[in-house]
Design a protein around this ligand. Structure first.
Ligand code: MTE
Length: 315
């Protein structure tokens, strides 16, 4: 099947003029932030003001009214093994990632495969803010105001076929920009997957920003997955490829330690991680631990997706 490259897709095929203007605004924001990230002094301890504000962001559904984690914590305590395995490594080292220009390839079981620039990808959509609880498998949690678009809306544009049962995601592979990829800590590139109903669920978003601004590199700029009822490792960062597929795709943490990390990775206080409990969590910025909720508190929205499944076997 013929796959068009970004330069081959004429603008008019993608968007009308008002959306084109919005797209330019989006691009300008992203470009400035990429520049800002290169300035000396910005990096460790940078405030959110260092990142360009995203235009036209509307409040979206499903937001929690819990107190958001501070931007400083959310952007300095990260997992992004492409920049090192320490929590502070991504903030110190992710400045080497070039996020503009950026293209996403969408293929596999779709009627309209293509390679599309980030700005064209986002332009037809309304950017929404979703304040989500996020729970890491390492038993800490945060509340993050993401900015993004529902993944389902985006996938629909590429016309999934009836054979599209799962969605497979891939991070950029470029050891010159991502020095952690020179070490064998994971099989590179980082890959993740969702079942198609999980991907199409309205809670699932592709984020391009947080706290009203473009994503810091360490949080997965310029495009990352956010699935708030699953452990944080499902939130693959800096995505360059999405494929709709017939069979369950491989996922990085499952490949690396299958007994510890399953494909589903739903937040489940009843199923311990082999090396620690999942019953409680420490909200970053708080002293006392709190109880972990099934599906991270989103059971009402998503429990039905798994009603016929044994969630101990499908962890
Ligand atoms: N994506 C890539 N490409 N590489 C990674 O190492 N780490 C995952 C996930 N996405 C990771 C990734 C893990 S383990 C977690 S907990 C979340 O990103 C952390 O997201 P945050 O740093 O924005 O909180």
């Amino acid at each position: 099947m013929l796959i068009k490259t970004a330069t081959e897709i004429p603008t008019r095929e993608i968007t009308d003029e008002s959306l084109y203007l919005k797209r330019r605004k989006f691009l300008m924001g992203a470009a400035s932030a990429a520049g800002a990230a290169l300035l000396p002094g910005i990096g460790h301890g940078a405030t959110q003001d260092a990142y360009r504000q995203l235009p036209d962001v509307r409040p979206g559904p499903f937001g929690t009214d819990e107190q958001p984690t501070s931007f400083e914590d959310a952007s300095s305590y990260n997992n992004f093994y492409e920049f090192g395995t320490g929590k502070s490594d991504p903030e110190r080292r992710a400045g080497s990632l070039r996020t503009d220009p950026w293209t996403l390839k969408v293929g596999g079981e779709v009627g309209k495969p293509g390679v599309i620039g980030l700005e064209s990808l986002i332009a037809p959509h309304q950017l929404e803010e979703r304040v989500y609880r996020m729970r890491c498998v390492e038993a800490w949690s945060m509340v993050i105001p993401w900015v993004g678009i529902p993944l389902g809306d985006l996938l629909t544009r590429f016309e999934p076929t009836s054979k599209a049962k799962y969605v497979s995601f891939q991070t950029l592979f470029d050891p010159s920009q991502m020095p952690g990829q020179r070490r064998n800590v994971l099989d590179w590139p980082y890959v993740e997957g969702l079942r198609i109903d999980e991907a199409m669920h309205p809670l699932t978003i592709l984020a391009v920003g947080m706290y009203g601004r473009v994503l810091p590199n360490q949080n997965g700029a310029p495009l990352r997955l956010v699935v708030p009822w699953k452990y944080g490792f499902k939130g693959i960062k800096s995505i360059v490829s999405i494929r709709l597929v017939e069979k369950e795709p491989p996922t990085s943490w499952n490949l690396s330690a299958p007994h510890e990390y399953g494909f589903y990775a739903n937040v489940n206080p009843e199923v311990d991680h082999p090396r620690w409990s999942q019953k409680r969590e420490r909200r970053i910025g708080e002293f006392f631990k709190r109880k972990t909720l099934p599906f991270n508190g989103y059971a009402e929205q998503v429990a039905h997706l798994y009603q016929d499944m044994d969630l101990r076997a499908n962890y």
